[in-house]
Structure formats: C-alpha cells, structure tokens
Design a protein. Sequence first.
Lengths: 265, 264
Amino acid sequence: MAAAPAVPELELVGVEKIFETKRATTHALTAIDLTIEREEFIAIIGQSGCGKTTLLRILAGLVRPSEGAVRAEGRSLWDGAVLDTETVNKLGIVFQDPNLFPWYSVEDNIALPLKLRGVDRKTRRARAHELCDLVGLTGFEHAYPRELSGGMRQRTAIARALSYRPAVLLLDEPFGALDAMTRDRMNLELQSIAAATRATVVLVTHSINEAVFLADRIVLLSPRPGRVRSITPVPFSRPRELELETQPEFQDIVRKLRHQLDEDT
Amino acid sequence: MDRERFMKLLPWISTPLLLIVTVVIWKLSTTAFDISPFVLPPPEAVAQTLLEFSRQPDTWLVHARITLVETVVGFGFALVTGVMVGAVLGRIFWLELAVRPLVVALQVIPKVALIPLFVIWFGFGLTSKVIIAAILAFFPIMLNVLLGVRSVEPGHREVMRSLNANRWQTFSSLDFHSTLPYVFAGMEVGIVLALIGAIVGEYLGGNVGLGYMVVVSLNALDAPRLFAVIILLAGLGWLLFFAVNGIKRLMIPWHESVIETGIS
C-alpha cells in the first residue's frame, strides 16, 4: 500500500505580488495562502484584473512573488532570485494563446519540450503520436498550426504541455477564445485528460460554469489586490457529463459564486 | 471551388495575354505613328537581334556571366554583413540607438551617386561593381533582419522560458525560425538592388558586362540591340529573383508569404 503523500503538491504561503513600474505601483495579490493536493483539480475564478493570471504565473515560476513562498512537493520554487529548474520541470503550462511555433508541425510542436530535454527523435515521435491520440489530433501530426482550427491549436498546446508528463498542469484561460460548443467539448476532453494523466490541474477561467463543471474546488479571488475570498468544494462525482450543468445542485453552486462575484463590484 | 480554380489559373492566362497586347501596341505604334526606328525599333527587329544572340551566345554570354558574378558576389557580401549587423543592432539596443542617425543618413544617400567614387578608388574592374552591388543590397537586408530579431513574439519567448530553454535552444528553436522570413524579405529586395548596382557600375566604367553592352549599343545607335540587351537584363533579374524566391519556398514553407500569394 502506497503511503499517502505527506506534502501537498503545490503550496502558496503568504504570497504577495507588487508590480512596480515607473508610472505606477500595482498591488496584484495579497496574503495568498493556498494548498493544492495531489491529483486535485482546482479552478481559480475572479473578475478580470483580480490577479488570477498572476497567481498562475507565480505557480509556474514565471513570476517571482514579492513576499511569501511557493512550494511544489515541499520544495521551494525560488531560492532568492534563482528558480529551481528541477521543480519547474515538473510543471506544464498552457497559455491563453496556444503560442504554437508556426514553423513546426503539430508533431514537432508537441515534442518541443522533449527536444529541449535531449530526448531522441524516435522517442519524441512516438510520444507525440501517443499525445495526438489522447487529445484527438490523430491524422494531423504533420499539419502546420495555421492549418488547424482554434480548438485544435489549443489541443496541440495542451499536448505540448503534457509531453514530458508533468505532475501539475497549469492552464490560463485556455479555452477563452473558443466558441461555446467547442468549449464544452474541450472541457469534457480536459476532464478525461486529467483523469488519464492523473495530473494535478490548476485552471484559471472567467467562466463560472466551466469552473463548477471541471473543478474539485473553486478558488474565488477578490478584486485587486487579489486575495482568496472563498474556496468552494464541488461534490459531483466523475466523470461528469454536460447534462450536469442543468441540475439544480449545479445551478446552486453557480448562483452562489455569481452572488459572491457580484458582491465585489 | 470553380472560382478558386479560376483564380489560381488567372495569372497564367493573363500574363501571356498582357505580353501579347504589349507587343501588338508596340508594333502598331511603330507603324501607325511613324516613330523613328532609332527611338522605338519594331518588335521583329528586336526579335531578330535576340535570334542572333541565341545563334551566337559567345557575343553576350561572357558579359552576362560577368554581370551575374558581380551581382551574386556583391549580394553574398551584403547577405553576410547585413545579417550580422542587423542581428547585432537588433539585439543591442543602445548600440542601435547610437548609430541610428548615421544609418538613416547613409540609407537616404542615393547610393548610385557614389559609383564614380568607387570607380576612382577600386578601378574599372570587377571590384568596384561588386562593392556597389553589395552596398545597395546591404541596407534592405540589414534593416529587415534588425526588424526581424525584434519581432519575436513575446508569447513564444514565454513558452521557451516556461520550458527552461537555454540561450542556444531559444535561438535555434525560436529566434532563427522567427527571423528567417525577414531575412528573405530583405533578400528579395536586395538581389534586385544588387543587379541594379552592378549594371550602373558597368555603365560608368569598364569594358565588360551587360551594362557595358548597353552603353556600346547606345553609342552605336543600335536600338534593336539595346532593346535586346535590356531584355537579357530583365531575364537575369527574373532568374535571380526566382532563385531567391525558390530558396525561400524551400526554407520557410510554413510562412504566409509562401502559401497565400503563390509568388513572393
């Protein structure tokens, strides 16, 4: 029997973030304490400008917090100003924009992280094909990104983030630019990808429905400076179906969160 | 679908038609308006000269080869130095700021005005023409590369950063590919300018090259020959441009400029 992990997957303790430019000082985040367990699916919601993207970028090691600690599996992400790259290598990030390289085929885009890690060509190809199957891009391995639809591009970006089997998947409004129907489908797929890879997922979104549909817990941030206003557990069993969204229990949680968001304005 | 096919075929139909129309108007103006054959020779006279050219290639092939060499060597120098200077100025911001006024000043000089100087300095041989071709081609290449190295998408940089890529990896997977379309844009302008530089250089000095043949035909008032040499020069220009364009298609098949328009 495997021992339960004593340390949480991700941990934020007393995180503050202040952006200083010549013209303005922005207090983006304050007093953020957050513990994310292994294989948990966390959604972060809040009004635009509340610092949710900043929070995700702090988790990804792309932004250094002004105060406080970020830990992954108990290891601090930052040692002074130095990033612990070994820890960061266990994180996969998907940006709002797919940010695919137009000069690489789907396959080469997906395998890029493996190439950077010195994985040989054959293994890279095999892994890329495996991921194409997982995210539903089979048959498009050799297409260029420009030949793909918006949804397919974002799937490629997700596959790229998954290529090196990260323990944690960080997603910054990945489906924000997609139409509602594609978005529903992508949400279903994201759920099954999370289940298949057993990754811990942190999803930033501005869609309450999306958050309730996907997450185990929803972190609601207050407007700037962003702080954790509430953490809402979502009790529905998995796999969740789209009809769930029509259930009164689902609507209740959505309503409650909507109410909290509206209170802040 | 049919419309799309038609659009694809259109340039292949329109170009020969336009050429025929041009020749017909040319022919009509020589007969109808009684234009002196010294000013505008009839098309058949030019065709006659071209036919002679094809029968005796040694009368012009030497000259064409020399112009080609001057252009390609000058362009080669411009490409190497243009990419290097452009990349350095693009990456080192303060340096670019420091030399910007000078670069702009140099750029706006009508560079063909300097050709007599180069003839004095480097003689009537190939060297002066190569240098002129290089200087003309240098600026568009350098400026495009400068723009290119600065136009890497921040989102792409972020991807490389989130993947802990080192400098070399970031260059080889991102900066190189991202800048390449700009290099080719500069090259396509540069190759044409290099040819102009070589020809004008030949106009002003020396006794070889197609430019020299133009001058000789002019001095002999041999209008059909003048036209024929100009057509040879146009052919050389096309050849060089499509060579660069072809390399571009091979190197950056993913780029918009290669897919959508077909040519260039």
